[in-house]
Structure formats: structure tokens, C-alpha cells
Design a protein around this ligand. Structure first.
Ligand code: FUB
Ligand code: ZN
Length: 639
């Protein structure tokens, strides 16, 4: 039986307003099996259920009780933004409630919402650090205090909870805080006491979503005010907190990566809701600059440990790459807003790359351990101090921003897969499940990314007028074929979309085949860190070598032989079942360096000698660091 068209509005993190100037609207999708289903099951069954216990033992819930006056003791945690761990978990759990509440999740959500509501002050203010540790002082340290950042995450959690359950409890708390913020912050001449911004953007995109949820124009105006006050020296003019240059004038992304990306997500939101062409142009320009000059192969963002900052253009180190998991998440959030605003496929190309690599590496395969930073190389003999900035998976962090952020993206992932416009449905990411818009319900089956065949079936379409089914042909894909009835297409694709325009009927089938030949990738020569190296990729997956697969020596003396073919080997036994790429390499005959590892450039040194042949096994990057702690590398020297 064809599934009846539900005509339900999409209920994800981005719901456009009725007057939005976007090219595309988010469409509903469901993930029922396959790669992302497995990863989401781990989130549902392990990561999310463990959240309340972890938040209890880290002291976040205790802090809320302290603020509410229902407990006694010391504040737990070293940061003024620890409340956001609770809010991000609540957001994740809320998206989960919209699907299938696992176990006692609903009861935990209700309990935590009650705690948050109790901690709120009568005028709407809420921040446990300032209420408990700072004796009620407010907005005295906007550069570091994170009060509005926390408000932003509270608002996003509340919008998610309201969309997912229809219940008002958390939304009431968030609105009260937003109204309080609106009564305090405003431009000179507005009569509001503070003309200021938060050192960590986040409230901006949250306020746009609150406007979308409630219809209140005030929230949109407040978001616009905050976005435009960045870059005017209100916080001392530092790039770190997005205060060096106004968004409208900026030429490249800079400063703290997560701060920059949340701010630009808001710029895209505002351009979408208000039609502000200057802001749209800035968002497009900055996204382009970021993608071309400051993005690691994994989609990871943020070159510096120091300041958690973007580096200079093409400054993309490997072992010191920061690539915070939160930055990957923020990048997906911004890119999705850009995809909707412009209709361009390249934004979803980056989303795909980021999801499968830089983002997914942030959580272990068992869903219990996390990476905050995501380097592209761990050297032989690496000594790791552990802790937040460690390259070792960790159970929880002192600064635990990343784990609940991963949980919320996984729990809402189905909202980043498809879109619609008046002319049809666009499929941005391929999963097994269902894509749904006003014009169609499309079932999908695929074993992507292990295999490149995606079988689509029109399950329902309420119209007999022609419409367009658009399929994103990934930027990495060199060969593809689409079979649609009697017809076959294999390109060219000008703008990343293959568009099938016709009259559709239930039962119509489309089969897309993306060639998944493994490939060697090189970098722009200005990326000095990887000059003379190649990376192995297959489909959307970046691969890496891990010490565990190469006993008998480290990885630092291995070179890849690019003249020999790459082979593909599916390994159901390995890392939950992965397809590996097997390459030929050699161990360089590394000579005794004497007392000095350098030599003359014209020296026919034994450093360059060919060594023993080795079979190189490249696993998907997302699966690294799930066995022993050892070396790893994405970029492989060719000589
Ligand atoms: O400042 C709050 C969060 O902590 C940031 O988003 C992360 O980068 C980490 O610094
Ligand atoms: Zn983080």
C-alpha cells in the first residue's frame, strides 16, 4: 500500500517563516536503516540515555538546584557556560522524543525542564554561574561571561521541545529569558540599558528560530541587532569573539571557529527571513573563502589550539589541527541554512564531507567516548596529556560542549537531508528511509556509503502535474548513472543537481549509481603541511592509516606508492563493519640520523631510499581511535 501523504510541516531545527526569501524549504525525511540509522541507534540507545547521569555527576544539575535554592554546596565546574550542556542534551532528547522515546527519556526531559524552570529568576534571567558564583551580578563580563550564549542554547532546546512535543513548559522559560534580554539590550537611543553583544555568538540564530516558532517580530529584530553590533569594538575589537570586523565587511572567516560559525548561521537566517541582500552576499563570500582556504579535508575547521581559532588561509596543519567537533556541527548548521537560502548543491557537498568525517569522528563507535579535537595525524611516540584537548577519546570533558552537541545533531539529522520548492523535491543526502514534501513521498534504499546504488521509489504523489526530482551529484563523484523508467542519464551536471522533470506516479522508480572507486587526493600547493602527500578517499569518506593495522613499525616512515592500484576490501569484522582501501607502500629505509636529522638538499641520502614493501590498510577516518591508542595519519607522503 502506498503511504498516505501526511502534509505535516517539517519540524526540525530550521523552520522558515512564511515570508522567507529562501530558494528551498526543509523537507521531512526519515532514516530507517543503513549507515546513519546505525549511528543514530547508538545515540538513541547509549549516548542520550547516559546524558542525565553524566550531567548529574559533572555537577550541572546540582548547579541548577543551587540556583533554585533547593540544594546547598559548591558550584561544580570551571566555566560560566556549563548550563549549556543541559540545554544541548535537552535539545537532543527533544528531537528524539519526536521520533521514538527510548526508555524513560521523557521522564528525564520533564525532570530536567522542571529543574531549569525552578532555577530561573522571576524576571526571566537564568545563568547558574552568575546566580551562584557571582552573587547575582549580570552582564558585567560580556566578553567571557557567556550569558547570552547560554540563553541561545536554552532557546534552541525550547524550540526543539515545543516542535517535538507541542508542550509549552520549556518554551515559556525561554521566552521569559528572551523577553528579559530584549528589555536589557539595544542600540544607543533605544532606551535599553546595555548596547552590547556576547563574546560567544549563539543567541542570534536561536532568536531567529524563536521568531519563527512564535511569530514575534521582536526576536528577529533583536537577532539582527546582535549580528550587526559584532565588529564594532564593543568587546575590545578582538577577532576571537567576532568583534574585529562587521560581518557585512568581512572577507574571510576568522577568530574562534565555533563563535564565527554560529554567527554566520545567524547571518544566513536573517538574510533568509528579511531578504537582506548585503548580509546574504557576506554569508556567501565568507562561506566560499572558508571552503576554499580554511577547511581541512575532513570538513574540520579551526587550525589553532590557541584560541580555538581559524588560522591563515591555507594554514591547515595535521597533527596540530584543532577541528573542534562543535565547529564541524556549527559548519553543518550554517551550510544547511546556506543550502536553503541559495538552492546551491555545494553547501550540501560540504555537509556530506563534514558529517561523514570531521563530525562523526567526534563520537566513538560505542557512543560512550568523545573527541573534542580532531587532528589528521598522530605521530609515532605521541605523548598525550589527556583532558579536553587530548587526541584520545575521553568519557566526558571539563568543557563538555561537544558530546551533547553531537547528540543533538544525530537526533535531528533527518532534517538536513531533503528540501522542497514549488517545483519539486531535492535530495541532498542519501539514506535508507523516506523523503517527504507537499509533492511526494519517496522511499529510498541504499547501502551508501559502502555501495553507491540508491534506489528511489515514488510512494505517493498527490498531483498529476509534472514536477522535478533533484538529486545531488556529489562534488567528489567522477562517474554516475541514473535510470529513470526507460531513460538513462550520466551527466553532465552543471550545478551539482541532476534534475528529473516529469509527471510522476506512485510506483515510479529511479536508480542512482554513484561510482565509488577509491581515489588519491592532493591539496592546493599552498597547503604546505601536506605538500608532497596524498590522501585516500572513497565516496564521501576520508580514509586514514592507523597504527593498529600496521604492526611492525610506526606510520611516520611509511610512504605510499601511487603507481600501484588501490583495492577495496569490505571488512565486516572490523570496527563495526567498514570498507577499507588497500594501497601499496614502503617503509623508508630510515638511516641512523647521527646527531642531526637534516642534510644538504643535493644529498642522495639513504633517507630517500626505497624500503620494505608494506600493504597499507586505510580505514574510514570516522572510525579511528576505537582500538588502541596509537598513531594515525590521513595525508601520506609519496616520497
Ligand atoms: O565557549 C563555549 C564553548 O567552549 C565553545 O563553543 C567551545 O569552542 C569551547 O571553547
Ligand atoms: Zn565543543
Amino acid at each position: 500500500m502506498p503511504r498516505t501523504h501526511s502534509a505535516l510541516p517539517p519540524t526540525g531545527p530550521v523552520r522558515l517563516g512564511p515570508d522567507a526569501r529562501a530558494a528551498l524549504r526543509p523537507a521531512t525525511a526519515g532514516i530507517t536503516a543503513g549507515f546513519w540509522h546505525t549511528r543514530r541507534e547508538v545515540n538513541t540507545r547509549t549516548s542520550l540515555p547516559q546524558g542525565p547521569e553524566l550531567l548529574e555527576s559533572a555537577g550541572n544539575l546540582h548547579n541548577l538546584r543551587l540556583a533554585a535554592g533547593t540544594a546547598e554546596g559548591e558550584f561544580q565546574g570551571a566555566y560560566p557556560f556549563v548550563d549549556t550542556d543541559v540545554y544541548k542534551w535537552l535539545e537532543a532528547a527533544s528531537w528524539q522524543l519526536a521520533q521514538e522515546p527510548a526508555g524513560d527519556l521523557r521522564a528525564h526531559v520533564d525532570r530536567l525542564i522542571a529543574l531549569v524552570a525552578e532555577a530561573q529568576q522571576p524576571d526571566g534571567y537564568l545563568n547558574t554561574w552568575f546566580q551562584v558564583v557571582k552573587g547575582g551580578e549580570r552582564y558585567q563580563d560580556l566578553r567571557w561571561g557567556h550569558e547570552l550564549y547560554c540563553a541561545g542554547h536554552l532557546i534552541q532546546a525550547a524550540v526543539a521541545h515545543h516542535r517535538a512535543t507541542g508542550r509549552p513548559e520549556l518554551l515559556d522559560v525561554a521566552r521569559k529569558f528572551a523577553d528579559h534580554v530584549d528589555s536589557v539590550f539595544g542600540p544607543p537611543g533605544s532606551g535599553k540599558p546595555i548596547d552590547g553583544i556576547d563574546g560567544h555568538p549563539e543567541i542570534e540564530t536561536a532568536l531567529v528560530e524563536l521568531h519563527r516558532e512564535t511569530g514575534e517580530r521582536r526576536y528577529l529584530d533583536l537577532a539582527a541587532y546582535f549580528v550587526d553590533r559584532h565588529g564594532h569594538g564593543l568587546l575590545g575589537g578582538e577577532a576571537y569573539c567576532q568583534d574585529r570586523v562587521p560581518v557585512r565587511e568581512a572577507t574571510n572567516v576568522e577568530g574562534h571557529a565555533v563563535r564565527q560559525l554560529y554567527l554566520l548561521a545567524a547571518a544566513a537566517d536573517l538574510a533568509t527571513e528579511t531578504g537582506d541582500e548585503e548580509l546574504r552576499a557576506a554569508a556567501e563570500r565568507l562561506w566560499h573563502a572558508m571552503a576554499t582556504t580554511k577547511t581541512h579535508l575532513t570538513g574540520g575547521l579551526g587550525a589553532h589550539h590557541s584560541g580555538e581559532d581559524f588560522g591563515d588561509p591555507y594554514e591547515l596543519p595535521n597533527e596540530r589541527a584543532y577541528c573542534e567537533t562543535c565547529a564541524a556541527i556549527a559548519s553543518v548548521q550554517w551550510s544547511w541554512r546556506m543550502a536553503l537560502l541559495t538552492g546551491e548543491a555545494r553547501y550540501s557537498d560540504l555537509i556530506e564531507r563534514t558529517l561523514y568525517n570531521g563530525f562523526l569522528a567526534g563520537v566513538s563507535l560505542d557512543g560512550e567516548r568523545w573527541l573534542y579535537v580532531n587532528p589528521l595525524q598522530i605521530r609515532d611516540g605521541h605523548t598525550d596529556p589527556g583532558g579536553d584537548k587530548s587526541a584520545r577519546r575521553t568519557r566526558w570533558f571539563r568543557c563538555a560542549c561537544c558530546p551533547p552537541n553531537v547528540m543533538r545533531l544525530l537526533a535531528s539529522l533527518e532534517h538536513y537531508l531533503a528540501s522542497s520548492d514549488d517545483d519539486g523535491l531535492q535530495i541532498h543526502q542519501y539514506v535508507t528511509g523516506r523523503y517527504e514534501s507537499d509533492l511526494a513521498v519517496i522511499g529510498a534504499e541504499t547501502d551508501y556509503p559502502w555501495h553507491g546504488t540508491i534506489a528511489l521509489t515514488v510512494e505517493d504523489t498527490p498531483t498529476d502535474r509534472p514536477w522535478t526530482l533533484s538529486l545531488r551529484i556529489p562534488q567528489w563523484c567522477r562517474e554516475f548513472r541514473v535510470r529513470c523508467g526507460e531513460e538513462t542519464y550520466d551527466g553532465p551536471v552543471a550545478d551539482g543537481w541532476l534534475r528529473l522533470h516529469r509527471t510522476w506516479a506512485p510506483g515510479d522508480k529511479v536508480v542512482l549509481e554513484l561510482a565509488l572507486e577509491p581515489r588519491l587526493t592532493t591539496a592546493d600547493p599552498r597547503v604546505d603541511a601536506v605538500r608532497g602527500c596524498v590522501a585516500i578517499e572513497r565516496g564521501p569518506l576520508v580514509h586514514c592509516l592507523e597504527g593498529a593495522d600496521h604492526p611492525g613499525g610506526g606510520l611516520d616512515d611509511i610512504v605510499i606508492d601511487t603507481t600501484r592500484p588501490l583495492a577495496v576490501k569490505h571488512r565486516p569484522d572490523l570496527l563495526g563493519g567498514v570498507t577499507t582501501v588497500v594501497a601499496a607502500g614502503r617503509r623508508r629505509g630510515v638511516p641512523d640520523a647521527g646527531w642531526w636529522p637534516y642534510g644538504p638538499a643535493d644529498d642522495a641520502s639513504p633517507r630517500r631510499q626505497d624500503g620494505e614493501l608494506v600493504e597499507l590498510t586505510a580505514i574510514p577516518y570516522y572510525a579511528w581511535a576505537n582500538r588502541e591508542n596509537g598513531s594515525m595519519r590521513v595525508w601520506l607522503p609519496t616520497s
